[in-house]
Design a protein. Structure first.
Length: 163
């Protein structure tokens, strides 16, 4: 039994010394599994050494046996699925934030376009008023026509459309 316990503790220490956690920390690995294929061998070791699980836990090693291997693997698979979903959600949120910033910039630029178009429309209206208004250039030129100033084209049609 002493040799058996010594072998289990030695294997726990060796797994811990490999420091898989540091090598794979970006994946959130906090412990490694140590499989003991003979259930009775594990229970006999636990009976002889009540601190075996505490020792394994302190070394970031989880002991797995045939009776709980399938359940442990299901939990691990579920955790990986949750992690993948979490990463996808983070990507969706990042993309959403980026899209929101783009929409915000677009709205600001459209406001700028609206302001520029409003200013252009106002400038056009003022220029057209200068051209066609009661005191406009066309009326003054048409008055010159009435006074007999030589001209090649008449401006009268422009007066008829815009009194």
């Amino acid at each position: 039994m002493k040799q058996h316990l010594s072998a289990i503790r030695k294997h726990i220490d060796e797994l811990s010394a490999k420091d898989y956690q540091a090598k794979l920390i970006k994946n959130g690995l906090e412990f490694v599994f140590m499989f003991i294929p003979i259930e009775y061998a594990y229970f006999a070791a636990l009976k002889a050494d009540k601190d075996l699980n505490a020792h394994a836990k302190s070394k970031k090693v989880a002991i797995v046996t045939p009776s709980n291997l399938f359940s442990v693997m299901q939990v691990v698979e579920q955790l990986w699925r949750v992690e993948r979903t979490s990463k996808m959600l983070e990507e969706i949120l990042k993309t959403g934030a980026d899209m929101h910033a783009r929409v915000s910039r677009f709205v600001e630029r459209m406001d700028g376009v609206k302001t520029a178009l409003t200013a252009a429309d106002k400038a056009y209206t003022e220029a057209d008023k200068t051209l066609r208004g009661n005191q406009g250039i066309i009326k003054a030129a048409a008055h010159l026509e009435e006074l007999g100033v030589n001209h090649k084209k008449t401006l009268t049609p422009y007066l008829e459309n815009n009194p």
